[in-house]
Design a protein around this ligand. Structure first.
Ligand code: NAD
Ligand code: DAU
Length: 353
């Protein structure tokens, strides 16, 4: 048996099972933990799908307090073994299929990972007596907003894409394990993240990458869809605050109160990169495209004492700078299968629908 963690009372000595810790937010979260919690141990379970990359962990990878395990959250035996091997007192579940567009063309794996995987983790965590289970969810479970208002924690779930439907199903399972079995669970629902190590299938890194290569910037539909953007490190801080101070069974919305249309984001990026707006290309819209998201994060501010620390201007500057300074990472994640993906998604999508 490998012992890590010295007890539930001392947060600094805790051992956390982080799933999906080689992805965008997960790798930023692992880095955040090592920077802010000097004695924490992390068991990082990640299947290393197309979206997971060990290079995103940088020098966190070889720290003695980091134990990386390649494997799936759907593998009950593996999860059981890890929970026997390590003295884990909490799970933070990032592992997921996370891209809406991919869920439209191939929903099956979203059910496998996001629904069955979460159920597997809940069942094994319960058997092992894990003290706290934090589910990293999304504002997309609430569906789409009209021109005004914002999602609160009591907004009914109304997911519109196969991705958000799978995340909502997972949220219901987490709630059910709390309600039925008394498990100590927390759900966080965050708005759109941006920052370093985001796979370039998502809006910001895709647009930065294409602009740098003088390729067309594919804006879906009229480009007036609205998202509420939060710098990834602020999301990580909110998750950690919820893990430490959240009340069992509660949901916390997380967001930056920073609503932008996609078109405004793309124009901003072009201006920062010194590239012409003529690169913008309107392409066929995403089927079922949610028009607007906005998050009311008042509960997280009041109950967790959390506040975003990075302004949008600072975050965008840091993000653009990071992608400009890390061409090797971009090259690595976009070689091979990425080319085929891009052709499939954008090859025949050359006009606004
Ligand atoms: P990502 O796609 O960048 O990373 C997902 C990670 O999970 C990858 O490392 C991948 O290898 C791993 N993974 C996938 N299937 C797995 C499996 N079966 N077992 C173990 N590991 C597996 O995603 P992200 O953007 O970092 O999102 C992380 C979480 O945060 C997701 O649950 C997502 O729903 C949620 N979320 C994301 C955002 C956002 O803006 N990106 C906002 C709110 C919530
Ligand atoms: O709101 C939280 C969600 O944010 C997370 O749960 C998801 O995991 C994450 O992927 C993100 O979902 P979105 O669908 O909002 O992100 P995406 O970056 O794919 O798209 C952002 C907006 O930009 C959306 O309105 C679609 C649009 N878009 C996207 C791409 C990739 C374009 O116009 N062109 C593009 O090429």
């Amino acid at each position: 048996m490998i012992r890590c963690g010295k007890g539930l009372t001392d947060m600094r000595n805790r051992c956390i099972l982080v799933t999906g810790g080689a992805g965008f937010i997960g790798s930023n979260f692992v880095r955040f933990l090592f920077e802010t919690e000097p004695a924490i141990e992390v068991v990082n379970l990640d299947a290393l799908t197309y979206a997971g990359n060990l290079a995103s962990l940088g020098d966190c990878l070889n720290r003695p307090r980091h134990h990386f395990v390649r494997g799936s959250i759907t593998n009950a035996e593996l999860v059981r073994l890890l929970l026997q091997q390590y003295t884990v007192d909490g799970i933070v579940n990032f592992a997921a299929e996370s891209h809406v567009d991919r869920s439209i063309t191939g929903p099956q794996v979203f059910i496998e990972t996001n629904v069955k995987g979460t159920l597997t983790l809940l069942a094994e965590a319960r058997t092992a007596g894990v003290a706290r289970f934090l589910q990293v969810s999304t504002d997309e479970v609430y569906g789409s907003l009209g021109q005004t208002g914002a999602f609160t924690e009591t907004t009914p779930l109304s997911p519109n894409s196969p991705y958000s439907a799978s995340k909502a199903a997972a949220d219901h399972l987490v709630h059910a394990y709390h309600h039925t079995h008394g498990m100590d669970t927390i759900i966080t629902r965050c708005s759109n993240n941006y920052g370093p190590y985001q796979f370039p299938e998502k809006l910001l890194p895709l647009m930065i990458m294409n602009a740098r290569r003088d390729r067309p910037l594919p804006v879906y539909g009229d480009g007036l869809h609205v998202r509420d953007w939060l710098y990834v490190r602020d999301h990580c801080a909110a998750i950690w605050a919820a893990y430490q101070r959240g009340k069992p069974g509660e949901v916390y919305n997380i967001g930056g109160s920073n609503e932008m249309t996609n078109l405004d984001i793309v124009r901003l990026l072009l201006a920062r990169l010194g590239k012409p707006e003529s690169l913008i290309t309107y392409v066929q819209d995403r089927p079922g495209h949610d028009r607007r998201y906005a998050i009311d994060a008042d509960k997280a501010r009041r109950e967790l004492g959390w506040e975003p620390a990075v302004t949008f201007e600072q975050g965008i500057a840091a993000t653009v700078e990071w992608y400009q300074g890390n061409p090797a990472w971009l090259e690595e994640v976009t070689s091979g299968a990425y080319q085929a993906y891009y052709e499939k998604m954008y090859g025949n999508r050359d006009r606004a629908g």
